[in-house]
Design a protein around this ligand. Structure first.
Ligand SMILES: [Zn+2]
Length: 327
């Protein structure tokens, strides 16, 4: 199977990240073990003194190195035995100082000769599945391009701050969210009027999280519901069927423009199904909407409203339409 360069890059990055993580864990464990059993550190230090050094010393003194080499070898074996004794007698787990490579087959390089190792293939397959289905936008969604100066710095007594201060906070939250994203991250609700940067910021999050190797699906609520409708009426395409599985299983689902769709019994139940399934699985979702909490309660069933208002962290958006200011 040929993978795109991008998929391969992400798969390799994940392999490298696991390798690094394992190495870091090992080093941290080693330091803990040293702190607890200082003799271990002395032994390791002595073991690192190489045979070559001893041999060189023997030569400098004009002696035959053979005896010195034998002595060093014996000394090393004795040290290794002592090391094992200390560890066996210690309270440390047997694999606490495990330093084997993450993959025995390829040593963690991802390749055996010219062939891709099964471990990297597996990562490529998983990355392939994660390709973002329909990340919309202009491709300019970078946190660094977010214009805080579009938001007024005038104090607004209604919110107890200026819109700019509020958005500065929102921007920080979104950045921290994207760069620290895990499958255990909370769900977010972006609420505020049109043109306040909700779509832009969710696009930033989508790109950052996807770049970090997570599966992200970004869709408008209308597109998502239309995939469910096609499925219901037997008009599904291969793409819409693939999307259906992704909505409930991707690491991060971003639903844009909630509130712009037509509310029908079907749309409400499909929406509830997506939100609830992801909450049960513990997978995070970001929903952006023009509705405030009153609007959400008025438009949706109590079940949907309680999910959105109870289980999502609210990020409020305030200010004037920045798209007008940008022109
Ligand atoms: Zn491997």
């Amino acid at each position: 199977m040929a993978y795109s360069e991008e998929v391969l890059r992400r798969a390799r990055a994940r392999l490298e990240a696991s390798r690094q993580e394992k190495q870091e864990t090992y080093e941290a464990h080693l330091q803990q073990a040293y702190a607890r059993y200082p003799r271990l550190q002395e032994i390791d230090r002595e073991l690192r003194g190489t045979v070559a050094q001893v041999v060189a010393a023997a030569f400098r003194k004009g002696e035959d190195p053979t005896a010195a080499i034998t002595a060093v070898k014996e000394r090393n074996l004795a040290l290794q035995r002592e090391r094992e004794w200390i560890l066996d007698a210690s309270e440390l787990d047997p694999d606490f100082l495990d330093n084997t490579p993450i993959c025995e087959t390829c040593g963690g390089t991802g390749y055996v000769g010219a062939n891709m190792c099964e471990c990297l293939q597996e990562l490529c397959r998983s990355e392939q599945k994660k390709e973002i289905s329909s990340l919309i936008g202009t491709g300019r969604e970078r946190f660094s391009a977010f214009r805080l100066d579009y938001y007024s710095d005038r104090y607004d007594p209604n919110i107890g701050a200026s819109p700019r201060q509020l958005m500065e906070r929102g921007l920080q939250i979104c950045k921290a969210y994207a760069f620290g994203f895990t499958q255990q991250s909370p769900s977010l609700l972006f609420s505020g009027s049109t043109g306040l940067g909700k779509t832009f910021l969710s696009g930033c999050i989508a790109r950052t999280v996807a770049d970090r190797g997570f599966s992200v699906v970004y869709d408008t609520v209308i597109q998502m519901l239309s995939d469910y409708e096609s499925d219901k009426f037997g008009e599904s395409t291969e793409e819409s069927r693939r999307n259906l599985a992704r909505y409930t299983s991707c690491d991060l689902l971003i639903i844009d423009d909630l509130g712009t769709e037509m509310v029908t019994q079907f749309s409400v139940s499909a929406l509830y199904n997506v939100l609830n399934t992801r909450l049960i699985k513990g997978l995070p979702t970001i929903v952006s909407t023009n509705l405030d909490s009153e609007g959400i309660r008025g438009r949706y069933t109590p079940q949907i409203a309680s999910r959105l208002l109870g289980s999502f962290e609210l990020i409020p958006f305030f200010g004037e339409d920045i798209r007008l200011r940008g022109k």
